[in-house]
Design a protein around this ligand. Structure first.
Ligand SMILES: C[S@@+](CC[C@H](N)C(=O)[O-])C[C@H]1O[C@@H](n2cnc3c(N)ncnc32)[C@H](O)[C@@H]1O
Length: 285
């Protein structure tokens, strides 16, 4: 049987992790660290927003922990100080993280964090007062959509940022449904300003986010031209909101209807979705 994960070298020479079962590379465009920096560090302005956040812990939800490139790169970028950082990482398997630890020298971004990762893998939760900032990092190993609807989810601290990194909707539809993003929007309470970034720019995803109640805009590019998506529970967190031109393109798209169930298919917008989309506050001036 082939190994479940392997190292792949990208065109720019950096190394990334590939799931052989899913046939997908974790950070296929510019590599783990560069993608995490563009999409999450700069795209979500994590350091600036955390520096301006003066009360209570700064809360990060890391959806699709995988080999931890996103979260380790984000943690490295946060300002040092007394402000506590709370991280909730979600994945149904810890195998990619074990794999990354084993290959930390090649992957690079794990370097210096080996002890932290080892402790997280063995205990499932790290609470530390030493280091650049107080850190409380907990693992939730389970099917994410199931967990979101379970009894524990309402006691999670509301997030300031969400790093959303599942496999592609075609491969991993269960993570990209309208009910998942609706539930995430409910849990990202309006009293806590929250922004969520993800690598996809698909019309289907953007419609899903809008119909789930998020404000949605163009996210930071990760490669030369790779546009991504930024969503937020407040319009002021979106620098480049999707506008009327995008709305008309979505209407003509052959793949715009959200996934209502965890089954991938491509369909144009239904009449009900089109009417709900037009009524979204983002398109009413
Ligand atoms: C693209 S990888 C994430 C890469 C990771 N963020 C990193 O920085 O290395 C997608 C991850 O989503 C996880 N995943 C897929 N479906 C899931 C589900 N239903 N529940 C929880 N995690 C899931 C996979 O196990 C995988 O680790």
């Amino acid at each position: 049987m082939p190994d479940a994960y392997e190292l792949v070298q990208l065109k720019n020479g950096t190394w990334s992790v590939r799931s052989t079962a899913e046939g997908e590379t974790f950070h296929p465009v510019v590599g783990p660290e560069a993608e995490a920096e563009a999409l999450y560090v700069r795209g979500l302005q994590v350091a600036e927003r955390m520096a301006a956040h003066l009360e209570g812990p700064w809360v990060i939800w890391d959806v699709g922990l995988g080999a931890a490139a996103n979260i380790l790169t984000v943690l490295r970028a946060l300002p040092a100080g007394d402000r506590p950082v709370r991280v909730l990482s979600f994945d149904h398997t810890l195998e990619p993280l074990r794999f990354a630890l084993k290959h930390s020298a090649t992957l690079g971004y794990v370097a210096g964090h080996e002890t932290l990762v080892e402790e997280l893998l063995s205990t499932g939760r790290i609470v530390r007062d030493t280091g650049p900032f107080p850190l409380d990092w907990e693992l939730h190993q389970a099917d994410f959509p199931t967990l979101l609807n379970g009894p524990g989810a309402t006691s999670w601290p509301s997030p300031h940022v969400i790093l959303f990194d599942a496999f592609s909707p075609g491969r991993n539809p269960t993570m990209w449904t309208l009910p998942v993003f609706r539930r995430l929007r409910e849990l990202a309470q309006s009293s806590t300003p929250c922004a969520m970034a993800t690598y996809s720019r698909a019309t289907l995803l953007r419609v899903t986010l809008l119909l789930a109640g998020w404000h949605v805009g163009v996210g930071h590019a990760t490669g030369e031209k790779e546009e991504t998506t930024l969503a937020a529970n407040r319009p002021e967190l979106i620098q480049e909101p999707l506008g009327l031109e995008w709305l008309q393109r979505a209407r003509r798209s052959t793949s715009a209807e959200p996934l209502h169930t965890p089954e991938y298919r491509q369909q144009p917008l239904s009449a009900a979705s089109w009417s709900a989309l037009q009524a979204h506050p983002q398109f009413r001036s």
